[in-house]
Design a binder for this molecule. Sequence first.
Ligand code: TXA
Ligand code: MG
Length: 341
Amino acid sequence: MKTALLSADVPGDVARAASLLRAGQAVAFPTETVYGLGADATRAEAVRGIFAAKERPADNPLIVHLADAGEVERVAAAVPAVARRLMAAFWPGPLTLVLPRGPAVPDEVTCGLDTVGVRVPDHPAARALLAAAGVPVAAPSANRSGRPSPTRAAHVVDDLGGRIAAVLDGGPTGVGLESTVLDVTLDPPMLLRPGGVTREQIEAVIGPIAESSGQAERPRSPGQKYAHYAPAVPLVLVSGGRDAVVAEINRSLAAERKIGNRPAVLCALEDAAAFPAAEAVVTYGRRAAPAEIAARLYDALRAFDRLPADTVFAAGLPETGLGAAIMNRLRRAAGDREVRV
Ligand code: TXA
Ligand code: MG
């Protein structure tokens, strides 16, 4: 399949992407979080195309994207009062609400669950596309399954070029990490995936929420059980206080060198010069600017695909605010390779 490269700045291109969606094709498009791979959420066959292109496990449900909060009843059977308050506070924006599933949503979207994840993205190109398509659009992140999510159109082309009908290029995404997923069918609501809206922000609106460990045998958010966000080489997360983390990574670098390996480091900008034994150092942004780190993290992880390194040691960060989502993604990129110091 030839993948058409379209531009969000060209009105004719947005219309073309919308007509591809209406024709049942899979189209990648920018959102404020990451690029999504969209298809008509009301058509089972179109949604199956997403799973095939991404090679996504068949039990990992998709988020449905709407142009406007007023359309929520098209896909949800009911909207609890607590959801209404969150929609008013955070939509459009990086918050996905898990709601009772409506009859228009096929099993292919929810993987048979009786709930559906829904959000209104806060990105002009996404909203123009959704409005022009006129249908709810199911869209996971537009990466090959297991890879870091795409924050640029070029990342989508790297992973899915030749496998999807089109990519709508809207430049780099803003938030850089996926939406927060919150199940509001439970009381209290349960955080299933930390993301662009922080737990602290949600609790300021609706009070205390619960948090899923994500490690349960049958996780409530199936996506949380899969290895994800991984660069092409193994990544070891080193977490703890800043000085202890720097010392531990330097110890690991020396050990790797001794056995002839070429280790690399992923760390804060301020620490770029702290690892003289590293084959390469990639920085994810300034320690004091978590929003900057979120925006750059996936691009930084993808940089290791092109570097001559065989292991990456990633420096952890404090887990408050956006730091919770950043550390969730680094942990998933590491699999079980985490050293706590
Ligand atoms: O920011 C985002 O959320 C991006 C953009 C494109 O909107 N999308 C995204 O989709 O990250 P994806 O498929 O990569 O992640 C969706 C997550 C998965 O962890 C999935 O298990 C969970 O949401 N999810 C979707 N529907 C669910 C449901 N009904 N119940 C529980 N978890 C659900
Ligand atoms: Mg994803």
